[in-house]
Design a protein around this ligand. Structure first.
Ligand code: AP5
Ligand code: MG
Length: 197
């Protein structure tokens, strides 16, 4: 199994790069943001609860996201998947610890954590641009985009240290063309696979 985390601030390209990696290595792409938005669209109980946080650029409570993710992991493991790309999870230390426990219980492990490094102005530009077409409430105004970036710094950035201390964190420049960035991620994965062969 190959389990990868794509980590980085809002707009850093987690979703874009995850889709490419999932395709290339035939992994299951688990984006907690996409799952929550889907629940929102369906107006499920979970979706209605999550909406209160997502639309304001705040994090959905840990226990809600952790439970939801455990369910998705189990469904895909039962189907015999080759591994996962976690996109937008974990976003707090509590989530990172919960993921480690979930992995351990299932005899799995996180293999590598990519941190996509992108400057703040570029993030704001990308998200405001996408806001014109995405229909995502949290992309609509600069105050909400700024809130998401602040929440990232306060609550999510410490997760990088958590994985750094496990020796799993790899920083990658997230500015430049999508293909060049993808190439960098690929070469780190190939290197990891070489080492563990
Ligand atoms: P989530 O959906 O995860 O959103 P996010 O982290 O704010 O990030 P985005 O999806 O906006 O950006 P991205 O990094 O995926 O970049 P993308 O590839 O799209 O979370 C949304 C909300 O859900 C949270 O605020 C929270 O409320 C809730 N939530 C989700 N997970 C949670 C969790 N674990 N715990 C608690 N709450 C949670 O790219 C962005 C744009 O840039 C696109 O238009 C793209 O085309 C463009 N782009 C990508 N790469 C490049 C490039 N190299 N050059 C130029 N443009 C590029
Ligand atoms: Mg995304």
């Amino acid at each position: 199994m190959l389990n990868i985390i794509l980590f980085g601030p809002p707009g850093s390209g987690k979703g874009t790069q995850s889709a490419k990696l999932a395709d290339q290595y035939r992994l299951v792409h688990l984006s907690t943001g996409d799952i929550l938005r889907d629940e929102k669209r369906k107006q499920s109980h979970l979706g209605r609860e999550a909406k209160k946080y997502i639309d304001q650029g705040l994090l959905v409570p840990d226990e809600v996201v952790i439970q939801m993710l455990a369910k998705w992991i189990d469904q895909n493991v039962r189907k015999g998947c080759r591994g996962f790309i976690f996109d937008g999870f974990p976003r707090t230390i509590a989530q990172a610890e919960a993921l480690d426990r979930m992995m351990e219980e299932r005899n799995m492990q996180v293999d590598i954590v990519f941190s996509l490094e992108v400057g703040k102005q570029e993030l704001v530009t990308r998200l405001s641009e996408r806001g014109k077409i995405s229909g995502r409430v949290d992309d609509q105004d600069e105050a909400t985009i700024q809130k998401r970036i602040d929440v990232y710094h306060d609550e999510t950035a410490p997760v990088a240290g958590y994985y750094k201390s496990q020796g799993k964190l790899v920083k990658v420049k997230g500015e430049g063309t999508i293909d060049v960035i993808a190439g960098q991620l690929n070469s780190h994965i190939e290197q990891l696979q070489e080492e563990t062969r």
